[in-house]
Design a protein around this ligand. Structure first.
Ligand SMILES: Cc1cc2nc3c(=O)[nH]c(=O)nc-3n(C[C@H](O)[C@H](O)[C@H](O)COP(=O)(O)OP(=O)(O)OC[C@H]3O[C@@H](n4cnc5c(N)ncnc54)[C@H](O)[C@@H]3O)c2cc1C
Length: 396
């Protein structure tokens, strides 16, 4: 069997690694339009701040593909899929045939259209190429003031690292507090106090209506007309799944590429995994979900009869701006009927833990600050738990 994987991010890479681990003979061909083997996007802000080299971004080197008998083509965009003849068309070369095709084409940064789309100094971070452009711009223009639009995980992380090379960084969030999808008001305030202690300047409950400057960014104007000077703008406003290739090839798409519980698209020989996917109404945009979907697709390709995919619990664990943060579930934990909230707070270390159990199932958790056993809580997410054990763990 010959499997073609389009995309070498975490989703495509996990499909390739899972297939190869379980089957030494399956023919695997991978394409990526980036000039790099698999790398983790998590460390792009560290790279911009020159805390991590390009080499150290790579999770796999080119030789890994050779050693694992995978045909790896970088810098090649697949521009068309012929579903009837089961062929993929690289932009400038002959087509490749497949038995099974995996679309792991990821997502793009959502960017707002403000005035001149080619204005210099207006960025969004998604790839190594973006990171290099941002780094170069800071250096060439001796940037002193960066303005980040979007107070989500990425905006905060990027702001924290930029602050090491730029003297002033604003993070602007339209919601009344940072991380509105993940945090309740109280935990967000603890995080905000911490971030201010790190020198970041937060603008909350405000949106940007205009980027100022004709050819090069001079600042931004807020919805209520306040002008703020800045040398560059970074828009970190979330993702848009890459659906164009799938859509143009006749596959069903909405917000993302529509898949079933085995990650098959509307054509049963074509799978989709990772940021490009829509399952039910949901798109994820995080690494754990990409990996779960990739393993599910690989298991189905190998005829392992996997259990139908259950939507991944939205969870993420990271060191955000130098402080540990784990979030499980998307809405902020609030005790309601039939639910119990376990809490622990310690202000001197910016610690705030909140874990919510509904009908003995752990549905939500926020663990901010040091010391929490986040691996334990991640493992318990969506499962039946012993409330006494949870209480002890929260207070550990
Ligand atoms: C700066 C940053 C930090 C992040 N930090 C975290 C974190 O801490 N935790 C977390 O859970 N998530 C984090 N994320 C999100 C995470 O990186 C994504 O969820 C993950 O990368 C999705 O993987 P993917 O393989 O689906 O897509 P991608 O990583 O986007 O990979 C898709 C690849 O396919 C290529 N491609 C697309 N179309 C074609 C084509 N037609 N032909 C050939 N190649 C194509 C793309 O260029 C890309 O290389 C972060 C994201 C960014 C940008």
């Amino acid at each position: 069997m010959k499997v073609i994987i389009i995309g070498a991010g975490v989703a495509g890479q996990t499909v390739a690694e899972t297939l190869r681990r379980k089957d030494k003979n399956i023919e695997i061909v991978m394409f990526t339009d980036e000039p790099h083997p698999y790398y983790s996007r998590i460390f792009l802000p560290h790279y911009i701040a020159k805390e991590r080299s390009l080499e150290k971004l790579y999770t796999r080197k080119e030789k890994w593909y050779f050693e694992n008998n995978i045909d790896f083509y970088s810098n090649i965009e697949i521009s068309r899929i012929d579903l009837n003849d089961k062929l993929v068309y690289p932009k400038k070369s002959k087509p490749f045939s497949y038995d099974k095709l995996v679309l792991a084409v990821g997502s793009s940064a959502r960017k707002l259209a403000f005035g001149n789309p080619d204005i210099k100094g207006n960025f969004a971070l998604r790839t190594i190429a973006d990171a290099q452009k941002i780094q170069q711009f800071v250096q060439d223009n001796k940037v002193k003031h960066a303005f980040i639009i979007g107070g989500g995980l990425l905006g905060i992380e990027l702001g924290f690292h930029l602050k090491k090379i730029v003297s002033k960084v604003n993070i602007c969030e339209i919601a009344p507090h940072l991380l509105p999808r993940q945090l309740d008001d109280e935990t967000a305030k603890v995080l905000q106090t911490y971030l201010k202690s790190q020198g970041l300047e937060l603008i909350l409950g405000q949106s940007v209506s205009e980027i100022l400057g004709e050819k090069q960014v001079k600042g931004v104007e807020s919805q209520d007309g306040v002008k703020i000077e800045a040398d560059m703008v970074l828009q970190q406003l979330g993702i848009i799944p890459n659906t164009e290739l799938a859509k143009n090839s006749g596959l069903e798409t909405q917000k993302g590429i529509i898949v079933n519980e085995f990650m098959q698209s509307s054509n049963s020989d074509v799978y989709a995994v990772g940021d490009c996917v829509q399952f039910g109404e949901k798109i994820w945009g995080i690494i754990p979900a990409s990996m779960e979907q990739a393993k599910q697709a690989a298991a189905h390709i190998l005829n392992e009869n996997p259990e139908p995919y259950k939507p991944s619990v939205w969870n993420t664990r990271l060191k955000i701006a130098g402080i540990d943060l784990t979030c499980i579930g998307l809405s902020s934990p609030e005790a309601e009927e039939g639910a119990t909230l376990y809490e622990y707070k310690r202000h001197d270390t910016y610690t705030c833990r909140k874990v919510l159990i509904r009908n003995n199932v752990l549905t939500n958790a926020i663990l901010l600050g040091p010391g929490a056993d986040s691996k334990y809580f991640m493992k318990k997410a969506g499962k039946q738990v012993d409330p006494k054990e949870i209480d002890e763990k929260v207070h550990e």
